[in-house]
Structure formats: structure tokens, C-alpha cells
Design a protein around this ligand. Sequence first.
Ligand code: GDP
Ligand code: PGA
Ligand code: MN
Ligand code: MN
Length: 614
Amino acid sequence: MANTVADVEAALDAAGLKNQHVREYVKYWAEHTGAERVEVVSAADDARLISEALEAGELLPAGEGLYYSRSYFKDTARSEERTIVATNNPADAGTYNNWRPAAEMTALQKENMRGAMAGKTMYVIPYLMSQPASPLERFAAGVQVTDNRPVVLHMIRMARVGVEYIENLQDPNSFVRAVHVTGDLPNLGQGTPDDKRYFVTVADERTILHFGSSYGGNALLGKIAHGLRQAAYDGWASGQFLSEQFMLIGITDKQTGRKYHICGGFPSASGKTNLAMMLAPDDLGDRYHVEFYGDDIAWLWVGEDGKLYAMNPEFGVFGVAKDTNETTNPTALGSIQPGSGAIFTNVAYNPQTQEVWWEGRTKNPPSPVDGWLDWKGNPIADREPGNTEPWAHPNSRFTTTLSKVPNIASDFEEPQGVPIDAIIFGGRTRDREPLIRAITDLAEGVYDGLTLGAEATFAAEGVDGQLRYDPMSMRPFMSYPEAAYAAHWLKIVGAAKDKPIFAHVNWFQRGEDGRFLWPGYRDNLRPLLWLMQLKNGEVSGVETPVGILPKKDELDLTGVQVTPEDLDRILSIDVARWRQEMGFREEHLKQFDGLPEEIWEAHRRVAAALDAAK
Ligand code: GDP
Ligand code: PGA
Ligand code: MN
Ligand code: MN
């Protein structure tokens, strides 16, 4: 039986949800989707919802206060080509935002969603994508409705969830309407010409309409669709801030007492979470401490004191499981301990022992294999000999809250944000990009972000290993034209009186034999410390056409596993290879009509310097 308006009113009353605009929105979608009942959730409902999900088999127990979930096997990553940013203005069409008219996409999604919650509960999730009282709080409130209980449980971990976040809005209508309908996953034609999935942000109406997935990157609307796409659009439309796919860390030098803050963009599955959770390497641990602020999203603005500030709008971590272990990322393991409430998705699972495992968790998979199931739920023991398919999906994830992260910054809940010293860009690039190259000029820094080229990864559907341009790592989240995006960057960061230093980093250069030339992980602190020393004028580096590189003896490499030949490779520039790259960049930038002249000038300066180089 479908709900009646009286039932919905009663559910809203029971939850103390009084905001009339929210009530109207909820009533509309309850009616439209034909949901059987409506339930408003707050973070305090977590334990009850967990029990219900365990009872229903949506979650499986994975140890004390730990949970396992499996998504439909064709629903394991963000789907970029099904993702659309719609508005009412055709001039908003850019290269990567897949622009479509708002009216067309709204009509299509309403048709997809009509009656689609029949027989189901519609959960109402009021949330806030910021610390309460942050200067950007007015862009941060939203209400997700969803028919999927595990999605609710993920949202409770990833965002601040509760009725209180939408009851006292300065403008009671200023919340993002975020509608999520899972759809009939086995019958959506994922990846076929008849694909029925659409992930739409109607940016100028602050409305998100996602249909056809329960995977986190498509279904946690506060995080990806609001926190990145909608917020980037809002930041541009208001002229006030940037929203970027950035990690955000603090580095304290205990000897001098100075604290630095660095944020930066790397495409999905390229090391943001690991960098943010990084512990200082053993030899540097007495002097430096790295603090976690954020691992996937940062909002940046210029404060009243003229400094560039950043904050993480999220409340949790949705981290890649693969290769997470005691050596690579002890902090991540610390954040998913028994009792943490962490949820594992699409890893391997043993229902008999309630253990989970993923590739790289230990050197070898568990043995004997009795009881172990791969991420699709198939027994490992039934595998044909020689079957080398991974046990866990390469994009399998853990979800936990920020407060569970051992190196979480003590002031992560403070609303004022942190002043930014450096902005870094990076990605998986097997050649050309050195370990680090610093850029001191703003336009050249923005140019560098716009020409970020990296290998595709498993976090989005597509080809793994193929190089593609991903401006500022925002390609999947771009919500307005790239030329305007570049201009907005120059405007916001240009307004800061202390400019951050920029850098491009690459932890992923490989030898001919395919091995990584740089050990990465905790050792990544070393090039970042060099960058801070460069900014402070304590080291000078080597000028190259594409930025300043560290001199070998300027990096503290105590105990680092890297051969002198490999070090030469990752600290030098292959001029011929870079000249070739400049042609590709020119083609890439030409797609963006009306790109600011400063960006073209930066491009020409770099090209001329490369031409003049030996
Ligand atoms: P994110 O999606 O950008 O947050 O990336 P993650 O930090 O989750 O890392 C994605 C994958 O890259 C994981 O499998 C990591 O183990 C691996 N990874 C992260 N940092 C490094 C590094 O410095 N070196 C190497 N070789 N792999 C890394
Ligand atoms: P990631 O976050 O960047 O850590 O992979 C999730 C995503 O971008 O889909
Ligand atoms: Mn991301
Ligand atoms: Mn991450």
C-alpha cells in the first residue's frame, strides 16, 4: 500500500521536521515514487538501522562493530558517461560537464523515478556538508531521499546527518534537493546502448536526481553530487569559493613549531586518502607530524584577513581498500578497527570467520581458502586452478568516520578552516612527470592543474592505464565550462594576499620492468617538506622549463629504498618527451573556448622554455 499524505505528515512530525520547504519536497517525492512509508533519519538512528540491515541481509557482520556489503556486480564504480550537469542556460555547456537542458533531464528522471519506490521505505536524510557555522555553511545543507538502507548507513558516516541541520537555515529554502532511486539493478542495461542509468545534477535549481546505482560514488549524494558538482557550481555562481576534489593535510614541524597546510587534487584512486593518512617516516617522526583534515573534497575561499582558507565538507572517509596494509597505511587500518562501525564494500569475505580481505592486505591471500568468498560471493574453493582474478574488486572500499582516523587533526571540527600554504596536483603517470616540480606563478599553477594528465583508474568505469587529461582532477565533477573554471580559479586564488606555492607531484613513475621508481606512501612527506623549504627560501632547487625540481641533496632520503639511477630519473626532465606533451596540451586546451589569456601565456612560456632547453 502506498503512503498517504497523512502518513508522511505524521512521519515528519514525529521527527520534529518543521521546515515547510523540506516538508513539501519530501511529500512531493513520496507521492511521485509511490514509497510505502517515509522515515526521517538522524545519526542517532545508526545502531537501529545497522540491526535492521543485518537482519535483512543487506549488511553482513565483519567482526565486532564492522560490516560487510556487496554491491550488484555491474555497479561498482562511478559512471562518468551517465553523469550529467543540467542547467537552464545552454551557455553552461562545457567540455566535460555533459551539459543538457534542465527541463529535458528533469522530465526524463521523473519518468524513471515514477512509482520506483513502490513497496519500499523512503528514507529522508537531512545533512550538512560543512562544519556547523563555517563561512560556507549556507551552501552546505541538503536533504537526500533514498530507497536504500545501506546508502543511509554510508551517508551517516560520510556527512553530518540530522534534522537539526535543516531546521534553522537562514533561508529555509536554501537546501539541496537530492533524490536517489536505486532502480532495478539487474535490469538497467549497465554499459549497453540501452543503459537506463542517469546521474543528473540540475545545478541552477540545486536539485540532484540520481537513478540506477547504489554504489557510493553514484549514490552518496551529499558527498559527490552536492559536495563537488553542486558546490563547484555554487562557488562559481556566487563568486565566493572553489570546490575541488582535494585532500587536505597539516604538517607540523615540532622543532620550529610551524604548521603548514597543503591541499591538492589527484584523480580518484591516485593516492589522496593515503597521503592524508600518512604518518611521517620513522626517521622524521620525531620532528614532523602529519594531520588529516580531508581526503577527497576541499572548499576554498579567501578569508577576511586576505588568506586563502580551505575546509573539508565531509564527515568520513570512503577509501580504496586495495594495497592498504600495516606498511603502506597503518592509519587507515587504525580507522577500521573493531568497534569503529566501518563498512567494507566489495572486498573478499569469509562468513564463517567474519573476516574480510583484499589484494595487498597481506602479501599472500588467506590460506586455507575454506569459507572465503570473492567480492561477487563465489567460493574461492570452487575456482578453476590458474584463475588469477582478484578476490576483491579493485575499487573495493572501506567507509569510516573522520573521528576514527588516528591522525585526524585536533581542530577538524572548527568552522574557520585552515590557511593554505601549497596546492599540489598529481596523478598516476608512468613517465615524464618527475617526483615533484614546484611552480611559483599563479597562472602557471592553474595552467598546470588544467593540463593534469593521468592514467585512468578503476574508480570510474573505463579503461585502466590509458592517459587522459583531467583538469585539476575535476573532470568527473566539472559543472560549468572549463574556461570559466580557469577564470574563477585565477580570481579566487588571485584575491589572496599570501599566494600558495603550487607543485606537481608523481609517486607513480615506473621503470621499464613496470616497478614503481619511488617507494611512495610515507616517503611522500619528503618532497612535500622540500616544497615548504623552497617556499621559505631555505633551499633553491634547480630551475627547469616546467618548474623547480629538488637538487638531490636537498631531499632528506635517509633510509629510502631508491637506487641512484632511479633517483636521477625521477628528479630530471625528459625535454624531448615534454616537447611532445606540449602539442597534446595545446589540443586539450583548445577545447575550452574563451580560456583566459593568462593561461595561454603560461602555456607559451613553458613551451618557449622547452624549445630553448638543451
Ligand atoms: P584516492 O582514491 O585518490 O584517495 O587514492 P588512495 O589513497 O585510496 O589510493 C589509491 C590506490 O593507490 C591504493 O591502492 C593505494 O594503495 C595506492 N597508492 C596510494 N599512494 C601510493 C603511493 O605513494 N605509491 C604507490 N605505489 N601506490 C599508492
Ligand atoms: P576517491 O573517492 O577519489 O578517493 O577515489 C571517491 C571517488 O572520487 O569516486
Ligand atoms: Mn574522489
Ligand atoms: Mn580516497
